[in-house]
Design a protein around this ligand. Structure first.
Ligand code: ATP
Length: 516
């Protein structure tokens, strides 16, 4: 990570703590690695993200319904899904620093270094040639760039093959050949690459024969698969239809990095969409587009998103893409969209011995449906919103402020009501306004400190509107409405507040954008 971006990220992490968004878990016991708690503002924002996703799925699509399945499931489910045998990451240790890494991540970082080199050459040339610089031409003809690109492409091909073949020796060879060093010790004293299963195990009950080993689910999807026929039958659903679920997932990640980007306990929002065999790639393309629309509707900047199609397909998939978001540490996966074929359902049919075929009344045929999955991490989504909203602003007159330009529908607090002074009946009037607005919007009342300080406090948690009650309010029932981003202040009638705020902060307005 470039130093400057690294500093910004550190500031975002401490801001998240200072303003009650995210705390390290068990902090007073020195923390628990890669586990985090959400504070008073964090939980509100997280709930808003979940609501936005849930309503976009279940209100806007009449053929999508939700479920809430248990975290514990019959252990054979994880045998059938392939997680017991194949939910592994390739792990490597550096003997000098005793640090553990994911071999694939070390190689991906090396690929990113080649990309950085090319970007630096482009930046240098841009400076040199100024206006007349033709970037596409430069990338195709510059000898230095071509040399680096050839190395990157060769590494990419070799890496993709090793991952697809599950060839651990080859992953080690790549690390040796590329002369990758441990970022801590700076040495190349590596162990062999080994597989490491990411599922957490625990024990359930105690019988004469001993307890049963159960797993904490590493994804919510399987709870949907094993219930798909229950929902289809009781809800009289017809294919194509979808089932949505939000819930916790657990992965014993080898390396915990980048705050809430990679956690050991996290939350997923997953939707499995059941379709006719042969139609899955059409639906895959549709969901790819719909999901990107959902992200872009938040208005955080279209240029911050890109698709990344997978080279290495999971054992169950016939197409897969990630939606990546530009974090301070580069473009990173926030959501995965996978065409999972009929793999999971067929496996559950095989392992359970039950017939779970769907009867298609139009085709008059029984079949195991194909599945398109959209899977997004709540916490990664939260991080992308936080990072993209954070700004330190220099203001006129030498003043400074830290502001979170949160998408208004996701902001934890929608408006703050402030009496200009703590006397003359202004607090009472302000309380009346709070009592009117609080049924529809998360509303704060604040009378402490100067009005400037109170504005800064709300800016720091991303509150879109501040409402100030002054002496004029008592005379004509108007207040000052201050907007977070522009800091513009307008005089409005109290009776207009509700509509003004609602039009900007409601989820409905956001959802309407998706339906257009
Ligand atoms: P990665 O390659 O980053 O490990 P993945 O491809 O294994 O992720 P999926 O299994 O596709 O991830 O999970 C779907 C989504 O769940 C991801 O896009 C991400 O948003 C989220 N997610 C996965 N693992 C974690 C984690 N350890 N911490 C937080 N979110 C996660």
């Amino acid at each position: 990570m470039a130093q400057q971006q690294d500093d910004v990220f550190k500031k975002i992490v401490s801001h998240a703590k200072e303003y009650g968004f995210v705390f390290q878990s068990s902090e007073i016991y020195d923390g628990l690695s890669a586990v985090y708690d959400y504070g008073q503002n964090g939980v509100e924002m997280k709930n808003n993200i979940k609501r936005y996703w849930w309503e976009a799925m279940t209100l806007l699509h009449e053929n999508i319904v939700g479920i809430d399945s248990a975290i514990f499931m019959h252990p054979t489910i994880w045998k059938a899904s392939g997680h017991v045998d194949a939910f592994n990451d390739p792990l490597i240790d550096n003997r000098d620093s005793k640090k553990r890494y994911r071999a694939d991540v070390l190689i991906e970082d090396q690929l990113a270094k080649y990309d950085d080199k090319i970007a630096k050459e482009v930046a240098k040339a841009k400076k040199r040639f100024g206006e007349s610089f033709d970037e596409a031409m430069f990338l195709q003809t510059n000898a230095r760039v071509l040399e680096v690109a050839a190395k990157r492409d060769a590494l990419h091909a070799r890496f993709a093959k090793a991952m697809n073949d599950n060839d651990l020796d080859e992953l080690k060879n790549i690390i040796v050949d590329e002369e990758i060093v441990c970022p801590i010790s700076g040495t190349r004293n590596w162990t062999d690459v080994r597989q490491f299963n990411l599922m957490f195990k625990t024990e359930m009950g105690s019988t004469a024969d001993g307890a049963m080993t159960v797993y904490l689910r590493p994804e919510t999807a399987q709870g949907i698969f094993v219930n798909y026929l229950n929902v289809q039958k009781t809800g009289r659903m017809r294919i194509p239809f979808g089932i949505a679920q939000i819930g916790k997932a657990f992965r014993n990640e080898i390396v915990a990095r980048q705050f809430i980007f990679r956690m050991r306990e996290f939350e997923q929002m997953e939707m499995q969409f059941f379709v006719r065999p042969g139609e899955e790639l059409q639906w895959f393309a549709r969901w790819k587009e719909w999901r990107l629309r959902w992200h872009k509707a938040l208005g955080m900047g279209d240029e911050k998103y890109r698709y990344h199609d997978h080279d290495k397909l999971a054992h169950y998939a016939n197409a897969a893409t990630d939606i990546e978001f530009l974090m301070p540490f580069g473009f990173k996966e926030v959501e995965g969209i996978h065409s999972r074929t009929n793999f999971d359902l067929s496996q559950h049919e095989k392992y359970s011995g039950k017939n779970i075929k769907y009867f298609d009344p139009e085709l008059n045929e029984n079949y195991v449906p194909y599945v398109i999955e959209t899977s997004i991490g709540v916490d990664r989504m939260f991080l992308s919103v936080l990072c993209s909203s954070y700004e330190e602003q220099e203001l006129d007159g030498g003043d400074r402020r830290v502001v979170l330009h949160l998408p208004e529908a996701l902001a934890p607090v929608k408006c703050a009501v402030m009496p200009l002074v703590k006397k003359d009946g202004l607090p009472e009037k302000a309380r009346q306004i709070v009592n009117d607005l609080k049924f529809d919007f998360a509303t704060h009342y604040d009378e402490k400190d100067s009005i400037g300080k109170r504005y800064r406090r709300q800016d720091a948690i991303g509150t879109p509107f501040c409402i100030t009650v002054d002496h004029q309010t008592l005379e004509d029932n108007t207040v000052t409405l201050r907007e977070r981003d522009s800091m513009a202040q307008t005089r409005v009638n109290i009776s207009d507040l509700h509509k003004l705020i609602h039009d900007r902060v409601s989820l409905t307005a956001l959802l309407r954008k998706l339906a257009d």
